[in-house]
Design a protein. Sequence first.
Length: 198
Amino acid sequence: MTYLKKISRVLEEMHSGSTHSFFSSDCSMYMFGPHTISAGQVFFKTKYSLGLVNLKPILPGHVLVISRRNVPRFLDLSPEEVSDMFQSAQRIGHIIEKEYGGSSLTIACQDGPHAGQTVPHCHVHVIPRRLGDYVNNDDIYTDITNNTAELLTKDVPTATAATVVLHKGVDNEDRRPRTEEEMAQEATRLELLMGQAQ
Ligand code: AMP
């Protein structure tokens, strides 16, 4: 990245008004909770939110809208951030539903570890849906639910915990993490489509 490009990125991020550190000193990375996200995964930016492609999508086009501030809970967001996050989810939803041949959307937020959140940084899942993509439509919520059964077994009755163990979970081992290149290709395509839609 050239020096001028770096400076303009820093100014852009400063203008966003964030009070938390969410980008690295060389501006080529963002933070998603404890995870480092390369700039190549980010396809959409507003003052308060970022759209990023998923490391392990549960269906094609499964993306995330995250708050720019690295805060764990939806409850931590200001009214402006909430509004921006859902307006971003709507704008992104228009694009990904069309791009991935969907006819509906699943929009979900797991707000806190006992709701299934695995990454402690406020985010909304936006997933294009089509007829028959799941044999049992609502099974998608099983896949969105986290698979950290050990965490849940501490707080739930045994029967419920056993059910949780059977769930595959978002970060289950069956799905391989995508490469940076795969994610960057998708992000570039989506960024272009988002730009054309404005
Ligand atoms: P949740 O279980 O609701 O907290 O969802 C976490 C989401 O973050 C899942 O869809 C994961 O696949 C996704 N995820 C985890 N790590 C990364 C990462 N490094 N880059 C992009 N997405 C990620």
